[in-house]
Every structure is written in structure tokens, then in C-alpha cells.
Write a protein that binds this ligand. Structure first.
Ligand SMILES: [Zn+2]
Length: 448
């Protein structure tokens, strides 16, 4: 690839709580897909840059009513659960895992089954504008490595984890590691193999992935912590997802999940904790001091969390936080939808729901705005992963999407005389469905 440039009306959120809209911005990208310049028309070099790329036939101009946004970051999704999306959501977490999830996940030991599902899922997420996804795969190494290869081939930035789960009393006998030692050697081989799939290219990364505390022995957590320290790789797991999950750790260890993960070396700058509903003040301090992050999965929380995640407080405390679809605890593959859900979730939390209580039904001042949700879906996600994605600036990867309003199939309707810049952004968050996303790039490569 050689240098190329785009002239586009763009939205991004360099600063949490605000957004930038630049009309007719010129973004230049180098041959590796990295952004080298972002100029607005009043910049002195703007005309020259545009003309240079026009003369080289390396300029793409977006049309009116097309909006360039950073690609979306999904911090928490279970690739193998895609066929389960929308099923069994009336069950509590423990029953849902045993009746639906574990039997389905075990099917992927058959690679032909994996080949039926994973390419379609990755295509689906890319089509919805998810340029970076952090995936839980399954406990089997071969299909989990296959998922990493699929992401690489299709051009999605992906952080992929082979699940580690060895606590025999909490796992079905058909879906559990044969021993702690085997679990650790498989986890290490997985890291090495995924590093080989994408040597030096920065697209696909291995992730150490203990499923959650109940399915892990302490020896497993400690052993995985040593791998993290040795390979400096990302970590993902579930933390304090529900009353049951929280109580399990309290009873088994007299600790919180965050305390246990920290003590076993699993809490680092590159750790993503899904959910984290019930955090103590000291947990939040620990997460902040380590620089670990949280994947907020609002739709999944509504089904499985028993409570609302204190997103307002996490934002105000400057914790690293972004959004997750949590397929299939959350049944929808869209991070635009997750952004809408995050706003709705916070509004219900603020207002409260119990009509038998006449005053102080909710928690005052806990709403988050659409602009904040946009930051979470893009820049917040990149920051959480410690990757240069989610915002348009030099040195960042060109991961981007185009929302095409006013075309057939798009529900985003923009009325130039009625809509402000912020109105349009809010409409994009609320109304963007897959057909409205006309193009997607990852690392400067067009993938839709
Ligand atoms: Zn999950």
C-alpha cells in the first residue's frame, strides 16, 4: 500500500465528554495504514495535501451525508456463542451456561463446526463497524487459533483468548481442561502460536483468558499470572458479573474478584474486566492504579447482572472503560446499539423503576450522555486496550467506518435545515444499523 488520503466530514472524540466535527477534513494515511496527518480546511497545508493526492489518484472524497467515524471497539464478545444469540435469555447465568453455553462451546472441538460459524461472525461484526474485537473463544486450542487466523485473513483487529477453565466441580465433564498443568501448557502454546500467526503486524493478539473465578483453581490463576508477566500479553476475564458470581468468590476466598486477580498477577494495564458490576471503592482504586480496564456490556447486564453498572462513577473516576456486546449474554452484534443501551441503562438507573417508591426511586445524577457513549464506543475502547485506535490523529491506526445517511436502507435521516452537528451524531448512534455502514477500514485496508 502507498500513501492515500480521504476528504470527509468526520466525527471523533479526542476528549471524553466532547466531540469534534470537522467538515471536509483531509486525513492522510501511510502505507502501513497509520494516520500521518489530519487537517481541517483552514490549515495552511490543506490545499497542497489535497491537490497532491488528487494528482496521484490517491484521494477518496466522501459524498454529502456520508460521515467518517473511528471504527468501533468491542471489548467483550464470545465468538462461539454467536449461534446462541437471542436464545435462553430468560434463564439465570448459571443455568444459561450449563443448558446452552457449555454444550455449544464444546462443539467447536470439531473444526468443521468452527468453520461454519467463525467466518460468518467476523464478517457480521465487521459489517456492523467493529474494527477491533476482544474475543473469548473456547477451551480448545485448535479452533481458538483458527478464530485468530480468520480475523487475520478478513482484516479485523482482534484480541483472541483460548479460555482456561480447570475447576472440575464447576465445569461439565465434557468441557473442562484435563489438568491444571495441561491448561497452563495449552495456554502458553496458544500465546506462542497466535504470536506467530501475526508476527509483527499488530492485527491479531493472544489474550490470557481465565473464564471467571468459579471455573478456575487458584493454581490456574497463579500460573496464568506468570504467563502474563512472561509474555506481556493482554488478559480478559469476567469480574463480579452478578450476585452469584460475586458471592462465589467472597465465600471461596474471602476476597473480591479484583483482589484475587490482582494477587495472582492477572491485573495489568492490558487487562479487560468484563462487567465489574459490584466493585468496592478499594477495587476501583486498584483498577485505577494498575491502569486495567472495564468492558461495560449494558444489554447483557440487563439480563444477567442483577444490578446496573455504575458507569457514571467509572467515567468520573477516569477508569479505562469501553463497551462490549457480550455476545451472546447480550444478543446484538452492534456497538452502536451498545452505546444506545449504555445511555438507556444509565437513564433507567437514574430514574429508578419501582413505582411503589414515590421519592428517590433511582440514583441521582448517574446518567451518561450520547456524546460520552460515542467516546466509550471508540476512543475509550482503544484506551482500555492500550492500542492506538479509536480516534483520528497522527500515529493512530486508520480504523474507520462510513455512515451513509439518507440512502436506501439507512435509518439515519439527516435534515440539513433541522439538525445540528450534535443532532447528527446522536442520530448516528441511535439509528445506525448495518445497511447504513457503507465502508469499513482496518489499518487502512478496506474490509467492507
Ligand atoms: Zn462474557
Amino acid at each position: 500500500m502507498t500513501n492515500q488520503a480521504f476528504v470527509a466530514n468526520l466525527y471523533h472524540a479526542p476528549i471524553k465528554g466532547t466531540f469534534d466535527y470537522i467538515e471536509q477534513a483531509c486525513i492522510e494515511i501511510d502505507g502501513l495504514g497509520m494516520i500521518t496527518q489530519v487537517l481541517s480546511p483552514n490549515h495552511s497545508d490543506y490545499t497542497q495535501l489535497v491537490e497532491q493526492h488528487e494528482n496521484n489518484s490517491s484521494l477518496t472524497r466522501l459524498a454529502d451525508h456520508q460521515y467518517l467515524l473511528p471504527g468501533l471497539v468491542d471489548l467483550h464478545t464470545h465468538a462461539p456463542q454467536w449461534p446462541q444469540a437471542g436464545k435462553g435469555l430468560d434463564l439465570p447465568l448459571h443455568d444459561w451456561l450449563n443448558q446452552y453455553t457449555f454444550p455449544l462451546e464444546s462443539s467447536y472441538s470439531d473444526l468443521t463446526f468452527a468453520a461454519r460459524i467463525y467466518p460468518e461472525l467476523v464478517d457480521t461484526l465487521l459489517a456492523h463497524g467493529t474494527t477491533t474485537a476482544m474475543y473469548f473463544a473456547t477451551i480448545d486450542s485448535a479452533p481458538s487459533e483458527y478464530l485468530a487466523r480468520v480475523c487475520k485473513e478478513k482484516g479485523q483487529r482482534a484480541l483472541v483468548g483460548k479460555i482456561s477453565m480447570d475447576e472440575k466441580s464447576m465445569c461439565p465433564d465434557y468441557y473442562v481442561e484435563s489438568s491444571t498443568q495441561q491448561a497452563l501448557s495449552d495456554a502458553e502454546a496458544f500465546i506462542q502460536n497466535v504470536n506467530e500467526i501475526d508476527a509483527q503486524q499488530g492485527l491479531v493478539y493472544p489474550v490470557v483468558t481465565p473464564r471467571f473465578v468459579p471455573t478456575s483453581t487458584k493454581a490456574l490463576l497463579e500460573g496464568l499470572g506468570k504467563l502474563v508477566s512472561h509474555y506481556q500479553c493482554h488478559v480478559q476475564t469476567h469480574a463480579s458479573e452478578s450476585d452469584w458470581a460475586r458471592d462465589f468468590t467472597e465465600q471461596a476466598y474471602q476476597k473480591t474478584d479484583v483482589e484475587l486477580y490482582n494477587e495472582t498477577g492477572l491485573l495489568t494495564r492490558k487487562t479487560v474486566l468484563a462487567h465489574s458490576i459490584f466493585l468496592s471503592e478499594s477495587d476501583k482504586e486498584t483498577i485505577k492504579s494498575v491502569g486495567a480496564g472495564i468492558a461495560h456490556c449494558p444489554l447483557s447486564n440487563m439480563y444477567f447482572a442483577d444490578a446496573a453498572f455504575p458507569l457514571r462513577e467509572a467515567l468520573d473516576k477516569d477508569l479505562h472503560v469501553g463497551l462490549g456486546s457480550d455476545l451472546s449474554g447480550g444478543p446484538l452484534p452492534s456497538i452502536f446499539h451498545a452505546a444506545l443501551d449504555a445511555v438507556s441503562h444509565s437513564r433507567v438507573r437514574e430514574a429508578g423503576t419501582n413505582t411503589h417508591i414515590m421519592e428517590q426511586r433511582g440514583e441521582a445524577n448517574t446518567r451518561v450522555s450520547f456524546v460520552e457513549a460515542f467516546w466509550l464506543a471508540t476512543h475509550g475502547g482503544g484506551l482500555t486496550l492500550d492500542l492506538p485506535v479509536g480516534v483520528f490523529k497522527p500515529g493512530y491506526c486508520f480504523d474507520a467506518l462510513v455512515v451513509d445517511s439518507n440512502t436506501q436502507g439507512s435509518q439515519v435521516r439527516v435534515y440539513d435545515d433541522l439538525d445540528s452537528e450534535q443532532d447528527i451524531l446522536e442520530k448516528i448512534i441511535v439509528h445506525t444499523t448495518e445497511p447504513a455502514i457503507s465502508s469499513v477500514w482496518v489499518n487502512g485496508r478496506k474490509v467492507k
